[in-house]
Structure formats: structure tokens, C-alpha cells
Design a protein around this ligand. Sequence first.
Ligand SMILES: Cc1ncc(COP(=O)(O)O)c(C=O)c1O
Length: 455
Amino acid sequence: MMTNQQTIDLWKKSVIPSYTPRLVLTKGKGAKVWDANGKVYLDFLAGISVVNVGHCHPHVVDAIKTQAETLMHVSNIFYNENQARLAEKLSGLSLRGKCFFCNSGAEANEALIKLARLRGHDKGRYEVISMRNSFHGRTLATAAATGQTKVQKGFEPMPEGFVLAEFNDLDSVKAAVNEKTAAVLVEAVQGEGGVVPAETDFMKGLRALCTEKDILLLCDEVQCGLGRTGHWFGYQASVVTPDAFSLAKSLGGGFPIGAIVTNQKVADVFQPGTHASTFGGTPLACAAALAVIQVIEVDRLVERAGILGASFMQDLEKLVDKYGHLKEVRGKGLMVGLELDQPARPLVDIMLEMGLIALDTAQNVVRFLPPLTLKESELEEAVDIIDEACEQWHSDLGDAPVAAAGASRAAGDEGTAPAADDHPAEGDEDDLSFPEEEEEEDLAIPDEESADQEG
Ligand SMILES: Cc1ncc(COP(=O)(O)O)c(C=O)c1O
């Protein structure tokens, strides 16, 4: 195996530099990852909400191995059982309609947009209203739908037919609706946008508006879907049902797969020849996804995300009271944001050095997306690291850690930690049917060794 430095050198020489990777990672198990020097990290990013069932979950690994030895790929001009079973499963968990499969989040959102356009075509309806600060992908259409100019800069002119409205502001969406509107596209929790949950009244208002105007309500569940928020799908927090939604990231547990799920009303908008994907829904990808869903069900990870997320957010609230530069904790389940009054990158860098992987987003928010299989002891270790990192960060800033007297923050509304009993199902972690393997080694929180990252 190459050393960290050899990999970095080869990467820089050979890979188009559209990323600035932070570490060379070589192994993962559960909520931990290792680099080539054997340094271990607690992964509170999980591939940005990809490995919700933890790294290399044995059940998912087995399913992939078994299917790889049987049949990896068939063209979609042939039936495949796994695809049919996965479509039935996803529909049964949500809208009771049908599914289309692809390979990524951007492709899934592209399919939602195409579905809305095709449905509206004869009436001249093609515009999609999306939200400011949203993120929907990097294809031209999904970048155009994304409410952040940084993903569009340099690629103009963007495709037409995309209109922005303010997130959590129903009047702003109403003002954007016209005779050309085909759909409204929204994340139940904006991830890239700084971990901001949609308010229940906003989602209910969108549903009523879309129904009244015969517009499709589309949800982007790519980051917040599949148990992450303490619900199977993020939109379920507001008891609102979209007409269709997109999935990707965690669906394959690390194996690439994307999907859209529709209700019955729009299930047959795509007819033969209207949309397609060579790799969409292969037997192998669907085997991985079926195994992921089984793990989520058997290990009751939806409830677990709600319970652990509430506990995590309560712990972070205490740190907000303790450290002056921490402003607010918000999120749903194990999709958690910590807002600072400063850029978040320096704090994220300190955490990384201390052995905890998180991500800065929207400039001043630290985003935490740990695997839903996280152990309570790992959560405690992470909170200790965050505490220690905040102390060092405050000292680097030349400030005392302790917030001004009486600066205790109120719990806030929608976006803040739900009480543990908001999640009635018991997530007893001792009662899991997929037993954890023996721990290979204890989590070592490195003291001096610096994380191996690009500047
Ligand atoms: C909400 C959301 N939608 C879409 C995407 C795009 O997914 P992909 O990178 O798989 O194309 C992302 C990726 O971060 C996302 O967070």
C-alpha cells in the first residue's frame, strides 16, 4: 500500500483538481476510518450522509459479494428482480407509487425536473421554483436549480426555467408561481445551506399551494433521506406528502445508486423512451440498497437517529452555553449544525487534528452527519473532542472559552433539538439483530500527530 504522501503526490499529478481532499483514508468500520499511517478518526461526516449504516456494514458487504458473484449488471431492456423489489420497498415506505433508478443525487433531481417538465409540457409549464441556499447537484440543470451562485459561476448561461424563492417564506414562493410553473423543489432540511430545517407551516403551505395550482411538490431527500432525520424521509417530519422525491447518497450504503419515488398520480408520466440510464438500478446496486434498508429496519436506525440526535444536540447546547463564539445548534435527528459567529473551517481543522471528521458549510456552520449506527460511547467521545477543540479554538482566537454570564440560549423552535420523547419507538441499542463485530482497536485520540491534509 502507498504511504499517505505517495497517494497525495500521485493524486495531485493525475486527478483533475476539482476537489481539495483533506486526508488519505484507507479503511473504515462502523463510525471509524483509518488513514495509511493507521491513525484513526471518528467519522461524523459519513461521506456526507452516505454511509448511514456505518462503514462496511457486514450485511451490506455480504449482499454485494453474493450479488457480484451472481449477476452484476443487466441492461434495463431486461427485467431484474432486485430492481422490482427495491422499487416496491421504497414506494411502500413512502408514496405508494413507483420508482425510477439512476446513479447519483444530481441525476435523481434531474429526473424529478424532467418529470415535472414532461407532465407540464402540453400546458407550456416548465419552470421549477427552488429555494435560496438550496443544493441540488452539479449537472447544468441541477446547478441551475441550486440556490447558490457559487455552483453556477463560470458556467453561464445557465439553462432557463429555474426560479428562486426564499426558503421558509411561503409568500415568496406564491409570488414566484405563474402560468409556466411546473413544480416546486425543496429540501426538508437544507444541508449545504447550513443545516436549516423547513418549517412545518412552510411545508404545509407548499403542499396546499401546489395542490391548488396543480403544480408538483418535489422533495430533494438526497442528503436528509433514509432515516437521517429521525424519520424515514425528511418530509415526514411535517406530515406533508410530496408528489415525488429524490434519493441517492445513503441508499447504497456507499455503493452508487440514485432513485426517484413518485405517487400514483405521476407514476406513469415517463413512458418508454422518455428517460433512461444505463447503470440505473442494476442487480448489484439494488442488492446493496435492499441490504441497507434491511439494516435500517432491523436495527431500528430511524428511531436511533432521533434519539441519538436529540442527545447530541442537547450536549452541543451545553457547549453553546460554555463557549462565546458558538451561536446556535439546529437540525433534525443526526443531521446537526453548529452555527458559529466566525468562519467554521479553523474549528473543523482542530477537530480533524484531534481525530473527529466534520464539515464546515455555509461559511460559519459545522455540519455533523455521523452514521446512524453510532455507539453511545462514540457519541460521548465526539462531544469530548468537540469540547476540547472549542477550547483550543477560543484560545487561538485569544478569547476566554466561557460565554458571557447569563448567555444561556433558549432551545428555539422547529430547528432545535427535539425532546427525546418526540421519538416514541424504543431504540434499545442492545437489541440489535446485526451484531457488531469485536472492536479491533480503541479509538485513539491523537495528541500531536497532525492530520495529513492539503493546505
Ligand atoms: C440535497 C442534495 N441534493 C443533491 C446532491 C447531489 O448529489 P450527487 O453528488 O450524488 O450528485 C447533494 C449532494 O451533496 C445534496 O446534498
